[in-house]
Design a protein around this ligand. Structure first.
Ligand code: FUL
Length: 451
């Protein structure tokens, strides 16, 4: 009998989101041309004027970098829309770019479709330009704007709601109709995950450095957390017994700023910094949303694309050879002695099969025979999260001079955990689950010697 789900579990759209792992944020809007991070809403639409805009170049770069999609800032805090919205004058339709006939969202949607990349949109509810901001009417304007974006450009995989909420042009703050905003997304893009500080589908990780805590639950007390939640540091670990499945997305920019500033051309993150971000996000049960500040030409800058390729080459090299693939596994116990749940399911190269114990067991171990002395320094672990995140603590041991030696002691796993340790030569490795909220379900174990 397969195990029953435990606690909060992911929806199908969230499971699809978990599979994406790594994708791009693009901050490109009015601020690109005014050298700002937070525009004031008083900028002249004519200022928006990229000289060589080429969304296919963005898509090619992201695809080569191994990213699975792009989320674009179609409307930031200054209110300027990258598409010709009917609900504001502050948009590309009043810019000099393409004589007001251009539409960046259309160009990106076409390019993503052509090259098979997923697309998402960032919309800031905070609007420092719109004359209705601070009144109930603005909520209607925002919902209509959202509907335009979600009905005219094809399938979106994620809708990103920024939690920042300041004052509008008349000094008033807005009470947002979050329920209504969510309803618009559900109606027009039922497969899109909604991001905000507290979900409902994907949560902010509580910092803009691109890392989750080593202990990172995919669950959260979703009714407690809201956009602007003051205890946002909790989001870096999630809530262990959270009432909802709301996993973490780690957003960080490849440069100091979110937007392009020429004086940051020399400040693109190094390979070592990007590696650390990758291991601390994707390797800690999060997705990585890495921001590219597209420049005034309308292109991903050369320095940024070469940094992305350095990371890609590193990852390709490091994770090319899974030393545990198809290797024999001995489990401490197997659910119902049923071969469908035996230890070898973690090295069979399928994430749909998993090792499980009987319901009564919440500890156990897997011994992998590497079939000869092998130098290793990294282990990738995955739980079968479709039935909930269960494991609370685990350790890794290697056989050295006929004795088991501990090389790592960690806490949660979730969708994916990457554990690095000092390189060691061994012929056998043991994964020990020391505590689990219900019987552990492990779908995948990979072993590497990374650079
Ligand atoms: C923040 C915004 O205020 C920044 O400008 C940026 O868009 C970042 C991703 O989110 O809340």
């Amino acid at each position: 009998m397969p195990p029953a789900p435990f606690g909060s579990v992911p929806s199908p759209r969230q499971l699809a989101w978990h599979d994406l792992g790594y994708y791009a944020f693009v901050h490109f809007n009015m601020n690109t041309f005014t050298n700002e991070e937070w525009g004031h809403g008083t900028e002249k639409p004519e200022n928006f004027n990229p000289t060589q805009l080429d969304c296919e170049q963005w898509v090619r770069v992201c695809k080569q970098a191994g990213m699975k999609g792009i989320i674009l800032t179609v409307k930031h805090h200054d209110g300027f829309c990258l598409f010709p919205s009917k609900y504001t004058e502050h948009s590309v339709k009043n810019s000099t770019w393409k004589d007001g006939k251009g539409d960046v969202v259309r160009e990106l949607a076409d390019a993503c479709k052509k090259h098979g990349l997923k697309m998402g949109v960032y919309l800031s509810p905070w609007d420092r330009n719109h004359p209705t901001y601070g009144t109930p009417e603005y909520n209607e304007v925002f919902k209509n704007t959202l509907k335009e974006v979600l009905t005219n450009y094809g399938e979106m995989f994620e809708v990103w709601f920024d939690g920042a909420n300041g004052e509008g042009p008349n000094g008033k703050k807005q009470e947002y109709d979050w329920k209504g905003f969510i309803e618009v997304v559900r109606t027009h893009q039922p497969n899109a995950c909604i991001f905000s500080d507290g979900g409902p589908d994907v949560r902010w990780v509580g910092n803009e450095n691109g890392y989750a805590n080593p202990t990172n639950w995919g669950t959260l007390n979703g009714d407690k957390v809201y956009p602007g939640y003051p205890e946002y540091k909790e989001l870096t670990s999630g809530h262990e017994d959270g009432t909802h499945w709301i996993p973490a997305e780690c957003d960080v920019s490849i440069r100091p700023g979110w937007y392009y500033h020429a004086d940051q051309d020399g400040k693109v993150k190094t390979l070592d910094q990007l590696k650390e971000i990758y291991f601390n996000s994707v390797g800690r049960n999060g997705n990585l949303l890495l921001n590219l500040p597209v420049d005034r030409r309308g292109l991903v800058h050369e320095n940024d694309s070469s940094a992305l390729m350095n990371l890609r080459n590193y990852l390709d090299d490091s994770f090319a050879n899974n030393l545990a693939k198809s290797k024999p596994v001995t489990a401490s116990a197997v659910r119902g002695n049923d071969e469908n749940f035996e230890g070898s399911k973690v090295t069979d190269d399928s994430k749909q099969t998993y090792w499980a114990t009987d319901d009564a067991l919440t500890t156990g171990s897997l011994e992998i025979d590497l079939q000869g002395d092998t130098e290793i320094n990294t282990v990738v672990l995955q739980e079968f999260i479709a039935l909930g995140q269960r494991i609370k603590s685990f350790s890794i041991q290697v056989l050295k001079n006929n004795e088991w030696q501990e090389v790592a002691k960690e806490t949660t796993i979730g969708n994916k955990r990457i554990v690095k340790f000092a390189a060691v030569k061994t012929s056998k490795i043991k994964i020990i689950i020391s505590a689990s909220k219900a019987c552990p379900l492990v779908s995948n174990v990979e072993v590497y010697k990374v650079r």
